[in-house]
Ligand binder design. Structure first.
Ligand code: ADP
Length: 493
């Protein structure tokens, strides 16, 4: 099979610990498989808890030096990293296609985001680090000083590997922390080793960023080491709600703060006064970009009844015509899903919905390794696909009497990441936005949007905490209250 990454390979992806590339302590490796061709792209260090503890130790040792580095130097490193990332654009796009099945468009989106992330991180170096506070105690000067916490553990998924690992490490580093990154087993290079290469070349001191990879199904040992080690002061996790919940339960035992960005079941609401052509284009992008493997993707489209029939017909026709295939082909919209397991899950959930009475308006039949853009209608609430998150190019269409009913239906979900409303009446759109239980709402757009400076995160079982550089200080710094007296104080005894 040709394509997907133009023959991109990386023979060995080791751990990166204390500024050195190293094999796993156990000496084990695992094959990194391309979701498009099934070819082995190289061997990856199959790490475990022992490797994680080595990385944590290295990060801890590097902390004092990195936290104290002059802002001009820190700024130079992030700007340098942006330059290196940009100069490697073509090769990185190939790697994303080969390793994760990421097409050209979404690869460009990831690169665009991470370039801005690094450049904005460079500006953080000169951000004020605290405030002077008025005090009623005469002679006391008080301040709130923002301090880096120390070692941050970062656990990232495969789906937008470059972006999501990038945001998991860059904010914490820019605030003076050191990091141990655990990429997904599906993206050990583009979500892990690549970041180490770029930041090392840009001059990041040894130990400030460490990367520990692992074989499929073996994340738990590394995650548990991060949770158990008292040297790790915060963890950020992007992934599914079930895994995030398990992590948070354990974190509670260790009284460790975690930022959790978990699953979404994102509604797109189309009001009766929407422009149908625009709504169809927005919905197709929102549901099917990166073959529906983005946490913000529209999973449910609610259409006010007067528009439902026309929208349904035009949307299904557009979905049916979206080309599926090699992610390296610029004409491809729907590339491969990440692995056979994901393909089988999509197939099973769509078939179950159909058995329960759902109608397939487009797609619905796997074309391995792709699953085509699929539109379902009449999906009963008890169908698995109507509950939780199904990661892939399948969307549920539902006619509603009013957008207010759609808001109530959407708010019945346990999840609350992104939502959007398309309407000719922006003021009504804003009123609906205010009632949606979601961390992110877009009016007159589809839900897949991100910029590094925005407060990104969800409510309810989508987790807590916000990514976004301006907001990262809340998550990855401690505030210290410091006072100093300019005169002795009179004590009562
Ligand atoms: P996804 O469906 O996106 O793979 P997961 O929640 O399974 O969602 O994975 C997200 C990240 O969580 C990946 O890096 C994965 O390796 C990691 N992960 C999976 N299980 C655990 C665990 N028990 N502890 C820590 N991390 C885990």
């Amino acid at each position: 099979m040709v394509g997907a990454g133009s023959g991109w390979r990386r023979e060995k992806v080791g751990h990166f610990i204390g500024g050195e590339w190293t094999p796993a302590g156990s000496g084990r490796w695992y094959p990194n498989l391309s979701p498009w061709s099934g070819h082995v792209l190289g061997q990856v260090a199959a790490g475990d808890a022992e490797d994680a503890y080595r990385a944590i130790e290295a990060a801890h040792e590097a902390f004092a030096g990195w936290a104290a580095i002059p802002p001009s130097r820190r700024q130079q490193i992030f700007l340098g990293a942006a330059g290196i990332l940009e100069s490697r654009r073509e090769e990185i796009l190939h790697a994303l296609a080969a390793e994760t099945g990421c097409g050209r468009h979404f690869g460009d989106v990831q690169l665009g985001f991470t370039l801005k992330l690094l450049r904005q991180a460079a500006q953080l170096a000169y951000r004020p680090t605290g405030e002077l506070l008025p005090s009623d105690v005469e002679g006391t000067q008080a301040m709130a000083v923002r301090r880096p916490v120390g070692v941050v553990g970062a656990i990232a998924p495969w789906n937008a590997s470059l972006t999501l690992s990038g945001r998991a490490i860059v904010g914490p580093l820019a605030l003076g922390n050191t990091v141990v990154l655990k990429p997904s087993e599906e993206a050990p290079y583009t979500g892990g080793a690549l970041w180490a290469e770029i930041l090392q070349e840009a001059g990041l001191p040894p130990g400030a960023l460490n990367v520990v990879a692992h074989a499929p199904g073996e994340a738990g040992g590394i995650g548990d080491a991060m949770l158990a080690s008292p040297l790790v002061r915060r963890i950020n996790f992007t992934g599914s709600t079930p895994t995030g919940r398990r992590l948070a339960e354990k974190a509670g035992r260790h009284l460790k703060r975690v930022v959790l960005q978990l699953s979404g079941q994102n509604p797109l609401i189309i009001a009766r006064d929407a422009d149908v052509g625009y709504a169809v284009d927005a919905a197709a992008y929102g549901a099917f970009v990166h073959q529906g493997q983005v946490c913000m993707c529209a999973r449910r489209i609610y259409v006010e009844r007067p528009l439902a029939e026309e929208f349904g017909a035009r949307f299904a026709a557009k979905a049916a015509a979206l080309p599926a295939g090699d992610p390296s082909d610029p004409a491809t919209v729907v590339g491969p899903v990440i692995n056979e397991w994901a393909l089988a899950l999509l197939d099973r959930r769509v078939n179950e919905a159909v058995e329960l009475g759902a109608r397939v308006l487009a797609g619905g039949v796997p074309r391995p390794p792709c699953y085509p853009a699929t539109v379902l209608a009449g999906v009963p609430d008890e169908a698995e696909i109507a509950q939780g998150e199904t990661f892939g190019p399948v969307v549920i269409l539902e006619a509603v009497d009013s957008a207010e009913e759609a808001v109530a239906r959407a708010n019945a979900s346990d999840l609350g990441l992104a939502a959007s409303v398309i309407t000719g009446d922006t003021r009504r759109g804003l009123r609906l936005a205010a009632r949606l239980d979601a961390g992110i709402v877009h009016v007159n757009d589809q839900p897949v949007n991100d910029e590094p400076q925005m407060p990104f995160g969800g409510v309810k079982d989508t987790g807590w905490g916000r990514f976004g550089l301006g907001f990262a200080a809340e998550e990855f710094c401690d505030l210290q209250w410091v006072t100093v007296r300019d005169q002795d104080r009179a004590f009562p005894f």
